[in-house]
Design a protein around this ligand. Structure first.
Ligand SMILES: Nc1ncnc2c1ncn2[C@@H]1O[C@H](COP(=O)(O)OP(=O)(O)OP(=O)(O)O)[C@@H](O)[C@H]1O
Length: 235
């Protein structure tokens, strides 16, 4: 098991956002977490990355507790986050956006940039374009490349389809599916898009009002009313 989250709770001041969340991801898996707006998806991703101070529970990464460690430490251990809204630099070019994400000397930066362009060939012809002038889908590819440039073992994806045209969503899905075949990576993604999540994930959980403690059985994922019940089971 690469990531094991046990009884994780988090709050904003006195307002609880996560209640005893339990889930895990095995090495090489794609794990999807489905939830409506405001259910705690972003808080969960940011808690695992270390941006949100948790109030209880445990997060083990590769058999080691990472609670209380800094974001940088978790990044060095091999955890990467592609944040909601992508947060690329709008005034830097695609190439510059990649370069600022890659640690190391010039040769290492050039080598890793080439590696990312092989994984995301669509970015090749966009290298000189400003981040702010990319479409939502292109920005998402760049955000994925920036995260992968640090060679994480676990990639956390916060709503990768948000604000992206349906036709490009399929391309993002194919790209992610291709990645899992090309490189050694474990993915945990949070989403509201059922088709996207079921198309990509080996296992799917639902989060509702900060509660996540049950996996949705595979057979139920094709039954919209069963999925709705899972998504609202604690409401
Ligand atoms: N910085 C904050 N301060 C106070 N409350 C917050 C903060 N961030 C989130 N919340 C609250 O915590 C709950 C969970 O929010 P979160 O952003 O994790 O949900 P989400 O599932 O990612 O939603 P969305 O899909 O809208 O991004 C919500 O009730 C939200 O209003």
């Amino acid at each position: 098991m690469l990531l094991d989250v046990k009884g994780l709770s988090a709050a904003y001041g006195l307002v609880p956002a996560l209640h005893r969340v339990d889930f895990h991801a095995n090495a090489g898996e794609v794990v999807g977490i489905l939830g409506h707006n405001g259910m705690g998806k972003t808080t969960l991703m940011r808690s695992i990355m270390g941006y949100v101070k948790v109030t209880g529970g445990e997060i083990d990464f590769d058999g080691q507790s990472i609670l209380g460690t800094a974001v940088n430490t978790r990044a060095r251990m091999g955890i990467g986050l592609v944040p909601q809204g992508r947060q690329i630099f709008p005034n830097l070019t695609v190439e510059e956006n990649l370069h600022v994400a890659i640690p190391g000397k010039k040769a290492e930066v050039a080598r890793t940039t080439d590696e990312m362009l092989d994984l995301f060939p669509r970015l090749k012809r966009l290298l000189d374009r400003r981040g702010g002038a990319l479409s939502g889908g292109e920005q998402q590819l760049l955000a994925l490349a920036r995260c992968l440039a640090r060679h994480p073992r676990l990639m956390l994806l916060d709503e990768p389809t948000e604000g992206i045209q349906p036709s490009i969503i399929d391309e993002i899905s194919d790209t992610l599916a291709g990645l899992t075949r090309q490189i050694d990576i474990t993915i945990v993604l949070v989403e509201q898009n059922l088709d996207f999540i079921t198309g990509l994930s080996d296992r799917v959980y639902a989060i509702s009002n900060g509660v996540l403690d049950r996996e949705i059985p595979k057979a139920e994922l094709t039954d919209a009313s069963a999925v709705s019940a899972f998504m609202g089971f604690t409401a």
